[in-house]
Ligand binder design. Structure first.
Ligand SMILES: C[S@@+](CC[C@H](N)C(=O)[O-])C[C@H]1O[C@@H](n2cnc3c(N)ncnc32)[C@H](O)[C@@H]1O
Length: 440
């Protein structure tokens, strides 16, 4: 069947409409592309189809730079020029605002990422038996054997090769058991040009010397630390340590603008370190602080956004559920010599209620929730700040953003601007910074 792709929808999947089969979801296709497809999963409201042949290229189509494009679940739109990718992302946001949010506002043109390749500061590999790689699209237990990922620093190619050599050798202990090896994370500091490697396994023992050798030989001087985390039961934790430092330290140091941040092995940090500055500059521009404001930084992670604004605020109060991230946020405030930042660990809906008197002066709130967006209680809570003037919503999901904006609008918030910021080139993900003002 021959179809023309109409648009790319959230998740990076091309959409075509046919009389016979209704909506067709076609992965790895682009708007305007003419493709011969076969239906691989028929459905009542929509069907999934696979490209058999591209009969007419899309405007802005380019050869994908990665040989694993089309197999790996990571990059959905790598076959579009970067300019075209930004256009597609703007349309994804506009479509979500229109269809999900029933909003008339048009998003601004996306701000590009400073780097379009090698921009990630974190990569997660999974294991399948003795193989290490990425999960292919729509698979939870297969592993795609890739040599390297173009979105991350090229030096990890050597570590993958070293680990494959080790796993093929006889120097193994529990590594040979099925499902013992779970995943391997590599985090990078762009400021210090060094790496933190984290191996996660089930309970058991690894050949520590051989792993150290494989990882140290690959990264050499640029290895900041190598950690081994075992997923132990409560009972096992009584007798054994779950986190073991095999070498170096258990955190990285990163910079955003002039500020320094400690990033612990398991704390959230924006995945695109250089892009984070573009994102935070946008938040700063929307906040337009005069130095007299109390700013609330909700879902604050390691305190990065609030601290980026702190020099121009009277006070910053950050709330975050991950207690380790809050410890990092406090350390970061000290590291940056910021005396006007206070942090609370806990769920935002509980802490904002518990401290409501102390937070009554808040004039600016920044929210940066996980993909699911805000829950009903939190949306309602946002209307109860008596002095609130501005709300800046940082979102990594255009669909939940559109839903939340639609509801916030009914609570007397006016949507002023939606600025997409590309933090994830080649994927269909897009971050958005939205400025809302309290109108009543
Ligand atoms: C998208 S990250 C934002 C982090 C931070 N603003 C930054 O730019 O690095 C979302 C954060 O929300 C935290 N989180 C998730 N659910 C939460 C909740 N109910 N209450 C408070 N924090 C939560 C996560 O631990 C994570 O650090």
């Amino acid at each position: 069947m021959l179809v023309t792709i109409e648009k790319v929808i959230p998740g990076g999947i091309g959409l075509a409409r046919t009389e016979e089969h209704g909506a067709l979801f076609v992965p790895y296709s682009l708007p305007g592309m003419e493709v011969e497809v076969k239906i691989v999963r028929p459905g009542k409201n929509f069907s999934w189809a696979q490209i058999v042949k591209v009969t007419k290229e899309a405007p802005g189509q380019v050869p994908a730079p990665c040989p694993f494009f089309g197999q790996c679940g990571g990059c959905a739109i790598q076959n579009a020029s970067y300019e075209k990718q930004l256009e597609i992302k703007r349309e994804i946001v506009a479509d979500a605002l229109r269809r999900v949010g029933k909003l008339e506002i048009e998003p601004l043109a996306p701000l590009p990422s400073p780097l379009s390749l090698g921009y990630r500061n974190k990569v997660d590999f999974s294991f399948k038996g003795k193989e290490i790689g990425f999960r292919p699209r729509e698979s939870f237990d297969e592993t795609l054997k890739i040599e390297n990922c173009l979105l991350f620093d090229e030096r990890h190619e050597k570590v993958l090769a070293g680990i494959r050599k080790l796993l093929g050798s006889k120097e193994l202990q529990d590594e040979a058991k099925p499902d013992f090896l779970q995943y391997l994370t590599i985090r990078k500091s762009f400021a210090d040009d060094n790496f933190l490697v984290i191996l996660v396994t089930q309970a058991g023992e690894i050949n520590r010397t051989a792993w150290l050798k494989a990882v140290q030989e690959s990264f050499g001087e640029s290895l900041a630390g190598f950690l081994w985390k075992r997923n132990l039961s409560k009972q096992e934790k009584k007798n054994e340590q779950d986190l073991i430092i095999l070498s170096g330290q258990d955190y990285l140091h990163e910079k955003i603008g002039d500020l320094d941040f400690k990033v612990s092995a398991f704390s959230f940090f924006q995945t695109n370190s250089l892009g984070a500055k573009v994102l935070y500059d946008q938040v700063q521009e929307f906040a337009d602080l005069k130095g007299t404001e109390t700013v609330l930084d909700l879902y604050c992670g390691t305190g990065t956004i609030g601290q980026y604004l702190a020099a121009k605020a009277k006070e910053v109060i950050g709330i975050e559920i991950n207690a380790q991230a809050i410890e990092d946020a406090r350390e970061n405030a000290a590291l940056n010599n910021l005396k006007n930042c206070t942090y609370y660990a806990g769920a935002v809906k509980d802490v904002t209620l518990e401290h409501r008197d102390e937070l009554a002066e808040t004039e600016v709130i920044i929210i940066d929730p996980p993909r699911a967006g805000l829950d009903k209680k939190m949306r309602q809570r946002l209307c109860k700040f008596p002095n609130l003037k501005k709300l800046i919503y940082v979102s990594c999901d255009p669909v939940t953003l559109a839903r939340d904006l639609m509801i916030l609008q009914t609570y007397s918030f006016e949507i002023v601007k939606v600025q997409p910021v590309d933090m994830f080139p080649h994927t269909a993900h897009i971050e958005n910074v939205t400025l809302l003002v309290k109108s009543g």
